[in-house]
Structure formats: C-alpha cells, structure tokens
Ligand binder design. Structure first.
Ligand code: ADP
Ligand code: MG
Length: 701
C-alpha cells in the first residue's frame, strides 16, 4: 500500500543517506519521509527576483545574487582563521566569509561556473559581506520544478555543517515531492473540504513546499492551518468524550450538613452572583457520576478560595476526603490559615502538609489520613508523594495550576481506582484562543466579577526621578492608616545581585521612613520559612506599615489593609506577573494604587507592558496583550503541555481559523461521536495513525 512510502526511514531518501539521516533525526525529529513532508517553510522568497551586487544598500534583508566565485583565500590564525572569496556579477563584487566548515568547501568552487548565492549582507569595515551564504549552482537551480516562490526552511548549525541549510533541505524536499505526486491521501472529510472551501491535501502539501504562485500558496496555507487546528480539536473533544463515558466519577449525591452549616453560620458575606454560578456548575459535575475536570478561572481577589471550600464541603458531606494543593509553602500556609478562619469552629479535621512538616507529625498525619480521620489535607506538592495515602480521596483542588506539571497531576490518578474530581484554579487569565487549545478538553468555569465594594485600582507609571513624589505619596497613605508593598524583581541568574538590590532598596526606605514613626518589614527568598512568617505576621497585624519584598509575595497573600503596591524595576517583570502583583492590593474597601517605577531607558516592549497596566485592570485584556507580545510558547503552563508545537498555524493570527475548526470539530463529534460514518472514514484512519505514534497526552490533564 502506498502509505508505506511515508514510513520509509529518512536515510533512504535520495540525497540523504545515513549521516544526514542521523542529524535530521536528532536535530529536527525527522525520522521518515512523512515527517519531512510535514516540515514546513517559515517564509518564501521571490525567486524571480535577483539582486545586483551594487543594489545592496542595507543589511536588513536576505538577498539572492548570481555570479562567479573567485579569489579564495585563508586569513587569520587559529581561532580567528577564516576563508574568504569574492562573488562578482556585472555590477560589482562582494566578499563572502566562512568562519568554520570551510575544509570541504574550499575545492568546491569552479571559477568558470555561475552560482546562486543566498544570504544576509552585513557591514564590516564600511563594506558589505555575507557570512556563511547558501550556495547552489545556477544550472542545478534552473532544473527545479518551476516554482516562482522559493521556500525558506529553518535549519540549525549542525544541519548546515552537512549541507542541509535551507537550500539543502529544499533539494531533498524536491526529491521527496517527486515521489509523492499522486499518492498523498486526503484526511479531511469531503463535506469539510466543501464547507470551508479547502483545497485537497496533496495540492496543499506540494504547494506549501513548491508554490506555483501566490494564490495557491495562500490556499495551501489556509488548508494546512485548518487541518492542524481541526485535528487538535477533534482529538481534544474525543478525549473529553472518552473521559466522560469511560471514566467513572464518585457520585456526590447530597449537599449536607457541613455545607449548610458553613453556609448559614460561618460564611461572613453573601456570595457574588459569579461565585454562585460556578458553585452550581461544580455541584452539577460532582453529582453527575462522571469525573470532574474543571478549570476555574477568576482574577486575583475574585474569591476562588471560597468556591473551593464550598466544593470541598460537598465532598465531606458525602463521606469523602478532599485535598487542596498550593504551589509554594507560603501559599499553602496561608490557605491553611484561611481554612482555619472559615472552618475553625466547625467539627472538621484538617491539616497542613509541606516539605517542612516534621517527621513525627507527618507520621501521625499519614495514619489519620489512611484511616479517614483526617478530612481535609492542605499542602504543597508534598501531597502527591507516594507515602501519602488517602482512605477515600474524592476531590482535589489545585491552586495556581500552571506551577504544576502535567506529570504531577497525572500522579493523582494513580492514587485511587476511581480518580478524584479535579478542580484546577487559576488567576492567570488565559487568552480565549489558548484556552480553546490548551484546555480544550477541560470544562471551564469563570468568575467574572469581584466581590462588592472593591474600587478599581489606580495605576501609575513613575520614572525613578519622581522618587520624592513617590515617598510623599506613601507617607500620606500611611498616615491615613494604610500599608504599602514595595517589590523588587527576582533575578534568577544572580541571587546575590537580587539580594543586593533588595537590601539597598530596604536601606534607603528605612532612611526615608525612620523608626519610631515607621516600621518596615522585609521578606525575601533566602530567609527561613519561620522568619518569613514572622515578618508576614507583623505586617498582617499592622505592626509594620511597609513590606519590602521580592516576588515571594506574588501569589495569594491576603492583607486587605494594604492599599499601595510599588513595583521597582517594573520593566523587568512580565505582564502577567505585574498583574498578579497588583492583585495584592485593592482587597479592602479603600482606594488602592499600583505604582510602576522604572528608569528612563525602556524597550518598546517594556513600554507596551507598562502602558497596558496603566490602561486596564482587566486580566483578560492583559492576557491578550501578553500573548501578542510573547507568543504562545512563552505563556506559562503551555510549554509543558506540548500541544502548542504547531507546525503552521498561529494562535494569534489564525484565531478565526481556530474558531471555525473548533466549531466544526464539535459538529462532527456531535453528529458522529465514534467517527464511524463513511464520510469520516479517512479522518478516523488518520487519527488512529497519529495516536499510534504519539503518547496519549490528553488523558492526563
Ligand atoms: P482569589 O483566590 O480568587 O484571588 P480569594 O478567595 O483569596 O481570591 O478572595 C479574596 C478576598 O475576598 C478574600 O479576603 C475573601 O475572603 C474575600 N471574598 C471572597 N468572596 C467574597 C464575597 N462574596 N464578598 C466579600 N468578600 C469576599
Ligand atoms: Mg487565591
């Protein structure tokens, strides 16, 4: 069967061989013919266009030249040794330079042959040269399939060293394309092609590598982007259906005494409508007999913790245990305090387990957990260690999910025959397009409302030169009884430098805000947990008015009386971090402020971040900007998901295609859940093929 051609090992392709094959495998994970065919260009050059050497006037763009190569020379010693040559056409000459890999190049050029040279000019000593150009004989080049646009492929140093730069890849791609004509099978259903006016797969794949013209290139791109996003969506939805049908969940049939007692006796405020809505959604899941996998999104301060507590009480009402996982020790501690505050007077047993829980205490805890005496366990990832055995864990709440890897979450599954319900909470707003892809198989609940009485935080950007003004403002706020955070960036590469910045800052603050009128706390990553807690506690008790800290206070810390957040070197923080930090204030009824301090020299990107923060407090808007600035690969929580190694689609630019693909995938799955209908036959086969080759990532999120 013709399929097998695509499964041929890559070294058997004409022009590859064992050595190049090995490198293709290692560098690009291209193992067979099919993998190479799916290795797409990242841009195209207009092949009909050649530059004259005399037309090169700047060093910004790649150019394609043709001419003769002469005057090969070797200059410099040892490490500085390089090979140079001159390329000449009828308009002038330009120098070509190689710093390595020239041993096998030096005899390659024949002075009477015309070559095509492709590369990026750079300025060196007032004239242009091209370092490590890609070179091809004109005759060879003219043999090509006649495409007017030429594909440019991403490559690596290792690949280039075996002649597989962009042009080299193009050459083997050409060999592959010749063999593929006529045997590339369609994998999308006919009705899909018709509905979205997509060209067939073979035409698309040939034209993505060898575009006949602009129009066909566009069609090829559109088709392959749709295919990529559609297949992801189909797989996510399949996964979800599978989970819903095949994986049983504990049935929490009743809402009982714990819930009601808390609700009527201990809940200190009314729930917001948004909290009510998501609690209902969670309750429905918990009673459904299917395992819940729900993502709870809500901005900082929107009251997610309370929703978690209510959900956990439902577990308890049904004689199950519940656990609450936080990403850091300080947060676990704080959540423990929150539980104490809310549930302390109820007849519920709960405990805290972190890395620093003493052995003796731990032992008792393990036993009580196993016997079911302990109903709620709060902690860090110490919770998922092998030694922690629950009697009947019914619900796991994971706070700030992005700090937990997929593998860690998977461990939860192994603990029980019937997996616990999982509620993942995040304050990092996820842009819609990402949510559709990364969390496409989770159900999503959203708290889109803050508790009443909160005033929107006012945000300002000050330059360092306005420091006196800042100090004056802080004094005024402190005089009015408020408290202030001053945060310094965490510099991972240099803990020493970080501490120095912080200590310098601390000293100047103490000078400006002297005792006994003022008291200043300091908290940083190198302090012992007990010392941190001590300082936190002093701040909470209003014994100190200013908290100088690194980003250890980033998530979760709750001091309602704090009304000013000053962020030093704000240009060094990412948008989502700035947003998280700002969320530390504005938790009480007072007007709160966030002040972003920076120097005068700012990159464009930093400027956009600062402007965005000043303009809006909407976490979702901020997330969208963040996505645009950094690209999806950089957004926390997506990298490890591995879903976003997209070959051709772009989650920002192709949002519309993504929407169509998702909508259509939903229609398909609804109409034909098993994809058994004849029209979906090719799609079904293709999916089986992918699943055979890939690990089953969808199951474990
Ligand atoms: P999140 O975890 O979403 O950042 P929290 O659960 O920590 O938010 O809630 C922030 C603050 O708002 C807490 O002090 C909490 O007690 C309070 N809070 C939560 N829900 C309400 C509500 N419905 N009304 C008033 N205050 C609330
Ligand atoms: Mg929280």
């Amino acid at each position: 069967m013709s399929l097998s051609l695509f499964e041929n090992s890559i070294e058997y392709l004409k022009g590859v061989g064992p050595k190049r094959g090995e490198i293709l495998r290692k560098e690009l994970n291209i193992c067979n013919f099919g993998d190479l065919l799916m290795y797409f260009p990242f841009r195209y050059i207009d092949k009909s266009r050649f530059f004259k050497i005399s037309d090169i006037i700047n060093d910004t763009a790649y150019v394609q030249l043709k001419g003769k190569i002469t005057n090969i020379q070797f200059v410099g010693q040892k490490r500085g040794r390089r090979m140079t040559a001159w390329l000449s056409d009828d308009s002038g000459s330009i120098e070509l330079v190689w710093f390595k890999g020239f041993k096998w190049l030096k005899d390659r050029f024949d002075p009477n042959t015309e070559y095509l040279v492709f590369g990026k000019p750079s300025i060196f000593k007032n004239s242009f040269n091209i370092a490590h150009p890609e070179i091809e004989e004109m005759a060879e080049y003219e043999e090509s399939l006649g495409e007017s646009l030429q594909a440019v492929y991403p490559s690596t140093e290792k690949l280039k060293s075996v002649g597989l730069g962009s042009k080299g890849i193009l050459k083997i791609m050409r060999n592959l394309a010749k063999q593929c004509q006529g045997i590339i099978i369609e994998n999308l259903p006919a009705d899909t092609l018709k509905k979205y006016r997509l060209i067939n797969r073979e035409t698309a794949l040939i034209n993505i590598h060898f575009p006949k013209d602009q129009h066909l290139l566009k069609k090829a791109q559109a088709r392959l982007k749709f295919e990529e996003l559609f297949l992801i969506q189909i797989r996510l939805l399949n996964q979800k259906t599978y989970r819903q049908q095949k994986i049983p969940g504990h049935v929490f049939s009743s809402v009982g005494k714990y819930f009601h007692e808390f609700f009527h006796k201990f809940l200190p405020f009314d729930l917001t409508d948004a909290q009510k809505k998501v609690t209902k959604e969670i309750r429905a899941d918990l009673g459904s007999g299917k395992q819940m996998n729900r993502l709870l999104q809500g901005d900082v301060g929107s009251g997610k913790t309370l929703v978690a507590i209510l959900s956990m009480l439902i577990a308890l009402d049904n004689n199950f245990q519940a656990s609450f996982m936080a990403p850091t020790e300080i947060l676990a501690q704080q959540h423990f305090e929150t539980f104490r505050k809310f549930l302390g007077e109820m007849n519920i047993s709960f405990a805290l387990l972190t890395g620093s829980t003493p052995k003796a205490e731990r032992k008792i805890l393990y036993e009580e957990l196993k016997e079911g005496k302990l109903q709620i366990l709060i902690g860090t990832h110490a919770l998922i260690e092998e030694s922690v055995q629950f009697k009947n864990l019914g619900l796991v709440v994971i706070d700030e999910q992005h700090r937990f890897g997929v593998a860690q979450r998977a461990k939860l599954w192994k603990k029980n025959q019937t997996p616990p319900h999982v509620l993942v909470m995040t304050a990092t707003p996820i842009p819609r397009t990402l949510a559709m892809t990364v969390y496409g198989d989770l159900d999503v609940s959203k708290i889109d409302e803050l508790p009443p009485g909160r005033k929107s935080i006012k945000t300002y950007h000050y330059y360092d030169s306005a420091r006196l003004k800042l100090f004056g403002f802080l004094k005024k706020e402190i005089k009015a009884g408020r408290q202030v955070y001053i945060v310094y960036p965490l510099i991972q590469e240099s803990k020493k430098l970080e501490l120095k910045d912080l200590m310098d800052g601390y000293e100047s603050i103490v000078r400006e805000f002297p005792a006994p009128e003022y008291a200043v706390s300091i908290v940083h990553g190198q302090m012992k947990a007990a010392d941190k807690d001590f300082e936190m506690q002093r701040f909470l008790n209003k014994e100190t008015q200013i908290m100088v800290a690194t980003t250890v206070i980033e998530v979760g810390v709750d001091v309602p009386n704090a009304s000013v957040m000053v962020i030093e070197n704000a240009e060094r923080f990412g948008l989502s971090q700035l947003h998280q930090l700002r969320g530390r204030v504005g938790r009480g009824a007072d007007q709160s402020y966030c002040i972003l301090m920076t120097g005068h020299k700012l990159s464009n990107e930093a400027r956009i971040r600062l402007e965005t923060m000043v303009r809006t407090t909407d976490g979702f808007e901020i997330a969208e900007v963040d996505l645009k600035l950094r690209g999806p690969g950089e957004i926390e929580g997506t990298r490890q998901s591995g879903i976003l190694n997209l070959r051709i689609a772009d989650l920002i630019k192709d949002e519309n295609i993504l929407r169509q693909a998702r909508k259509h995938a939903l229609e398909k799955i609804q109409d034909d859940p098993g994809l058994n209908k004849t029209i979906n036959h090719a799609l079904s086969i293709h999916l089986k093929q992918i699943n055979k080759n890939k690990t089953n990532w969808g199951l474990i999120s």
